[in-house]
Design a protein around this ligand. Structure first.
Ligand code: B12
Ligand code: SF4
Length: 642
């Protein structure tokens, strides 16, 4: 039997490596159930990943057939989209109109922000658009449609009347209390474990609609305007309940709190951390969680609380290393605030940082860019950060999109960050070409001209992996060359070589040492847990510097060149890597023992090295000595980095 409503999330093939059920759709499904509406939910991104709809030109047709499989819904069909999935949503709407001409099609989601009226004027297949928060508006709109009435007076909608005129009703006030939200309708989407299985993802990230909106209005971001510059968080007890519920699902390993600015409501954020920490104390295991935040919202107390509560990662919108440019783009952040200091503190609390930065913002010249790259280098020296560099890709719903949207353009060979994995089918491409003003996701703002934009794209791709692996080598090299990070990057790229071979060709002793050491770290990180019954020893390198030197000294201090010392890169039982200074005798022993059968080695020597974490034996052997030496950590050498 056809349901009252079919609600679907438009298809997309790329999710920055995450595969998660869409939280917005889950809440809307909850709202429909609470209102007694018989609803079917479809995440078409899941269907695409599962191979149940075809990628390419048959995408819209397959999706429409799937959505109409039980016949046209009795009341309406709704499509949720981001900017990236707007063309696909429109193409699907057209297929639905062809197959089920009477079924009203509603659109919603961030991809419709600021283009609602133009969409209704140009696309007959779309009957109405729900602007902003959807739970209440959708139910009111369906109530009208179920009785054959129009949407006049339904706040938060834009729609086309019988004469073909587009009408926009006033905005709907967002919910004052997110506690009024329905529970997410997890049971209406495929199980979480199925999501993880189709992508083969190792993580078990579950998204939680933990809060909505942002009071800021950064020029390149649509979040503030989409949510009418209001920020609300889910009541603490409710959030903790949703987190507990999510973690009980098969396949769940960590939660992803979706609110863009964790810490905006400091008291709530501290209370959430306290509640999750209390759970650690009572149940003994932390729920690992990940958040998105502004650095200026994270003070010491909150950071420490996050670490204790189980927060393992935070996405930080730093945007640019130049504080003046940052504020010219609406960030409104204290110019004296040092993001590095926050990153270091997060690292000490056990929270890894992902730094999100935008290259090529209007007003950025070489000086500002250099500051951004220096910040990337300094951050990488201080903590194992993840660098995520983007080009401006303004959506229609943000200041740059509205102001300079016309200056954005698609550039052959550059896939804008907001559009990865979308826009591949012929129908989508035709729409994007015909309506560039609607599809900002598929264009980049090439403020400095095409050549510079291409160069920035290359930089955004090439530099992060190098800094994330070889920050110390890069810093020492920059010092030797007397250049900043930008100058060093330019010198390297001008050489036409790989970074490693560029360093080798320069032949500076301490820089080469640093390279060998960081390569050992990369090698050790890549070395799996294979247990072939042989000994596995820490990698040894000889270097002329102190691995625990204050990170600042790598960049600014006088060269700390010393006599070469032996460094061993060891993997702790937790899996974390550390570097220890060892004597020459120990270094020689490690090099000779690697790969030997344990029986071939003096047991006393083996025990001593194992106790210091310098040798890992086969699994069955590990149990003995560790049981005998419960305080192995106390006996381990103290010199440790990373
Ligand atoms: C979780 C998340 C994901 C998840 C889940 C995606 C999903 N479909 O929800 C994953 C990891 C898969 C993901 C991937 C991507 N994401 Co994402 N993601 C988010 C995040 C952090 C939370 C989304 C969310 O759940 N919000 C809370 C819910 C309640 O809000 P909502 O989804 O907007 O839904 C409400 C209303 O919009 C409305 N509504 C929505 N749809 C509909 C439909 C109808 C019919 C009606 C009536 C109402 C309605 O009602 C809902 C309830 O109130 C947001 C940032 C944010 N905080 O919003 C970015 C965000 C949505 N993502 C974004 C982007 C760009 C992407 C990617 C394209 C990135 C990439 N290049 O890979 C991909 C595309 C993925 C895909 N399959 O489509 C952008 C979109 C920008 C834009 N204007 O288009 C955002 C806004 C972040 C940003 N940088 O600005 N993402
Ligand atoms: S970048 Fe962050 S602070 Fe700025 S508007 Fe977007 S969500 Fe808000």
């Amino acid at each position: 039997m056809a349901p009252d409503v079919v609600l679907a999330s438009a298809p997309h093939a790329d999710t920055f490596g995450y595969s998660m059920p869409p939280p917005g759709l889950l809440r809307l499904g909850g709202a429909l159930e609470r209102a007694g509406v018989r609803a079917r939910l479809e995440d078409l991104a899941y269907r695409l990943a599962a191979g149940q709809v075809a990628d390419g030109d048959a995408l819209a047709r397959d999706c429409a057939e799937l959505l109409l499989a039980d016949g046209p819904p009795r009341v309406a069909l709704g499509l949720s989209c981001m900017g990236a999935t707007l063309p696909a949503a429109l193409a699907i709407a057209a297929e639905i109109e062809r197959r089920a001409p009477g079924a009203p099609v509603l659109l919603g989601g961030p991809g419709t922000t600021d283009v609602e009226e133009r969409l209704l004027e140009r696309f007959h297949a779309v009957d109405a658009i729900v602007r902003g928060e959807g739970e209440v508006t959708l139910i009111e709109a369906l109530e009208r449609l179920a009785h054959g009435r129009d949407l006049a007076g339904v706040a938060g909608t834009s729609w086309r009347d019988a004469d073909g005129r587009v009408r926009s009703e006033p905005d709907r006030d967002p919910l004052k209390d997110l506690g009024e939200l329905p529970d997410p309708a997890w049971h209406l989407l495929p199980p979480l474990a199925a999501y993880k299985a189709i992508t083969g993802e190792d993580d078990g990230l579950v998204p939680i609609d933990s809060g909505r909106g942002c009071v800021y209005d950064c020029s390149f971001c649509s979040i503030g305007r989409t949510w009418k510059r209001r920020s609300r968080t889910l009541p603490v007890e409710r959030l903790v309940r949703e987190v507990e519920h999510a973690m009980a699902m098969d396949g769940a390993k960590q939660v992803y709190l979706c609110h863009d600015i964790f810490g905006a409501n400091r008291a709530d954020a501290l209370a959430v951390c306290a509640a999750l920490e209390a759970r650690v104390r009572s149940k003994g295991d932390a729920i690992p969680f990940e958040v998105r935040a502004r650095v200026d919202h994270l003070d010491d107390e909150l950071i420490d609380a996050m670490g204790r509560a189980g927060c393992y990662r935070v996405l930080l919108g730093i945007e640019t290393g130049d504080p003046v440019l940052r504020n010219r783009h609406g960030k409104r952040m204290d110019e004296g605030l040092d993001p590095l200091d926050r990153i270091e503190r997060l690292d000490r609390a056990g929270v890894a940082s992902i730094l999100s930065l935008v290259l090529g913002l209007p007003g950025e010249g070489d000086a500002e860019l250099a500051r951004t790259l220096d910040l990337c280098l300094d951050a990488s020296l201080r903590a194992p950060v993840h660098l995520s560099l983007h080009l401006p890709n303004p959506q229609p719903g943000c200041e740059l999109g509205a102001r300079d949207g016309g200056a954005s353009r698609p550039l052959e060979g550059i896939v804008p960050d907001m559009a990865w994995g979308a826009g591949h089918s012929a129908a989508e491409r035709a729409l994007i070409d015909a309506h560039p003003d609607l599809f900002g996701s598929f264009a980049v703002l090439a403020e400095g001209g095409e050549a510079r934009t291409r160069w920035l794209r290359e930089l955004a791709d090439e530099l992060p992996p190098v800094l994330m692996r070889y920050a110390r080598t890069f810093a020492l090299l920059a010092r030797r060359l007397g250049l900043d990070a930008l100058g060093t990057y330019r010198a390297w790229r001008a050489s036409g070589r790989s970074f490693e071979s560029f360093v080798l060709a320069r032949d500076h002793d301490e820089v080469l040492d640093a390279l060998r050491w960081e390569q050992a770290i990369v090698r050790e990180s890549a070395r799996g847990d294979a247990d072939d019954g042989r000994l596995r020893c820490a990698s040894v390198v000889r270097a002329r510097f102190d691995p625990v030197e204050d990170p600042r000294a790598w960049r600014d201090g006088a060269p700390q060149v010393r006599e070469p010392r032996a460094l061993a890169v060891a993997r702790a039982a937790s899996g974390a890597l550390r570097t220890v200074v060892v004597s020459s005798a120990v270094a020689d022993a490690l090099q000779q023992l690697d790969g030997l059968e344990p029986d071939a080695v003096d047991p006393a020597l083996l025990d001593a090295l194992e106790a210091r974490g310098l040798v890992t034996g086969p699994a069955e052997r590990d149990a003995g000595p560790n049981a005998e030496h419960p305080n192995t950590a106390a006996g381990a050498p103290a010199t440790t980095t990373r």
